[in-house]
Design a protein around this ligand. Sequence first.
Ligand SMILES: CC(C)(COP(=O)(O)OP(=O)(O)OC[C@H]1O[C@@H](n2cnc3c(N)ncnc32)[C@H](O)[C@@H]1OP(=O)(O)O)[C@@H](O)C(=O)NCCC(=O)NCCS
Length: 408
Amino acid sequence: MKILAIDTATSASSVALGDRDELAAMSVRVDRRGHGSFLVPAIDFCFTTAGWKPGEVDVIAVDIGPGLFTGIRSGISTAQAIAAAIGAPMVAVNSLTTLAIRAATGRRRIWPVVDIRRGQFATRPYLPVPGGVAPDGDAEIVTADGLHNLIESDAEDTLIVGDAQSLPAATIRGLHRVKIGRPRYPSADVLLEIAAIHAQKGQFVRPEDVRPLYMREPDARINWSDFREEGRMAGSGGMMTVAGPTAFRPMDLPDLATVVELERLIYPQPWSEGIFRDELSRDDRIYIVAESNGTLVGFAGLMLIDDDAHVTTLAVRPDARHQGLGTRLMLQLIDAGLRRGARHLTLEVRATNSSAQRLYEKFGMVAVGVRKHYYRDDDAVIMWATDVDHPDYAERIARIRQSLEVSS
Ligand SMILES: CC(C)(COP(=O)(O)OP(=O)(O)OC[C@H]1O[C@@H](n2cnc3c(N)ncnc32)[C@H](O)[C@@H]1OP(=O)(O)O)[C@@H](O)C(=O)NCCC(=O)NCCS
């Protein structure tokens, strides 16, 4: 049984080829940003080294997280593409389990830790059992302090594996019965072993059913209103003509009163002023407002995670729509995102919001999946445009700008 395993869920990316008993080839790189550029050459390298052909692979294993958003996405989409091309089934493996299984202990309770950034860590307790490990509690997202409390309240001797080095020293200080151990990262050779066990039991997943396990949703909340909500807009019968030049500028605290008012009129679950304040205080966010004749007519936001830019919100006053403002706000967001090093663009949109989806499609965004029941009353369509830093994409943007000039 030949297995290809891909693990890009953390700062260490690895690819392995082999079966349960033998590792035929492996490639590893530790670099928190380089998942995408690593994968294809690493897969090629492994096939060349092993002397195997992709078509000979029986199973593809992939680490679905928790871990780094971009890495998980790159790993899963590459694994899915190969699996679909060669018709192989997949095995989806949790990064915490991958870490726990390699932890060198016969008796300590194992706490694998994965740094998921922004001061948060994914963890779950496991117990060593004959032939492997068994989860011994729920998976959780915690801060370093939260992890300290969890481990302090554990009466057992414990072993922390994984991203322990990312933890502030105070997390471990003062804890008794705690050891820090290996492995530091989940890795593809362990995936091979886990996949071989799943394969023996016939426990496969279809490629199209493999989903990332972020645990923390990208904290964008995009509660897109569909157009039924427009009925709630006071005075929405009239049309405001956006006359004269529209100015785009960064959103600032004095804008929040109007932004929140607009938010409440448009969205069924509006963001509070506090949420906007918090968003504006973060370095990895970009918020823009559109102003016409001194009136705030729209706003939009972007969250940057590694080289992914996640559209958190996009809204135009109902009486100022269909005049290209939504498109211009998107152009502004993309420009600002590119300046900050974004390479890919993503968002979630209500499945029923076809008008917004059309706007996003114009920007080359493609629906890649559906998150069932993401909204109280609707599914979310997940859309991506990759390589927006590429010249081809710049051409698309130039065409969109041109069309705006023609229609205005
Ligand atoms: C989605 C939203 C931001 C779009 O804003 P907008 O300013 O109307 O966007 P645009 O004007 O750029 O494009 C919308 C439509 O107007 C058309 N349009 C643009 N300029 C035009 C003009 N000068 N004359 C006539 N039509 C025009 C566009 O072609 C587009 O048509 P389509 O829907 O048939 O494809 C806005 O509808 C909104 O705030 N909706 C509620 C919140 C929401 O759903 N947000 C995001 C959804 S994920």
